[in-house]
Design a protein around this ligand. Sequence first.
Ligand code: GLN
Length: 288
Amino acid sequence: MQAKMHTQEGKLPNYIPLLAQANPNWLAVQIQTVTGQNYNAGDIHCTFPLMSVVKPFILLFLLQQLGAEIVFSHVGMKPSDLPFNSLTQLIADKGFPRNPTINSGAIALCSLLPGINAFSRCENLRLWLNQTAGCQLVLDNQMLDSVRSLPNDRNLAITRLLTKSGNIHSPETTLDAYNHVCCLAGTVADLARIGMLLVQAHDAIAPQNCRIVNAIMTTCGLYQASARFAVEVGLPTKSGVSGAILSIVPTQGAIACYSPGLDETGNSKASIFLIQQLAQNLNLSIFG
Ligand code: GLN
């Protein structure tokens, strides 16, 4: 109820026209636990694109496929206190992306995805996620058209810099693969299911890869808001510009939220509030 009030305070992003058409009143939450309990509330039938929430899963997939040494020769693991699409940061770092949760890092990782074109790179990730997590992510083609309908100068410039620094090859395919994976879409139930991959030991995921992704989500997942969130909430979390947010409660479960209105750092206002309340009331912080 209180979280619902916060849906009105956020702003819809305007650089992806379809996201600007979302209903700011939408609010959905899904909690899935390791003991098989599922709780949900709100607009749980809404389907939304994962946008940046997909980034930890590109990382997880590549860690599984290629190992940490190769992956971290293309992307760093340092937090950033600048916006997710910052060019200044990438220039200062000489074209080496800070971490996989910002655009530069995720675009660099999309260059490592297996596949002969953008669609097949995305499809390989989608099929792996659906198979491993038991969810039903789909590619939202309408959203992809919308993403491509306005030139995204930031992402173009980031891609150019990454090419110049020798960090990526086939820049057009790579940027298009990044746009594809951002448009993988599902419900909060799908989001909670992929979150479960990071919650506890899983046959298909090496424990050290799970640890790496959780650590990076904790330190970098909410961009400039990450450190504050770690103090106030203390859960590995990733947000996307669609208003999706995923929090991991290690060994216990996953919390997926969706509400399209964003705060000034690009994180869903009502979702952040809701996760904050849950974490505080249930004492969920990983820091005790
Ligand atoms: N596709 C979006 C972009 O590149 C994803 C960013 C986000 O969700 N923060 O701008």
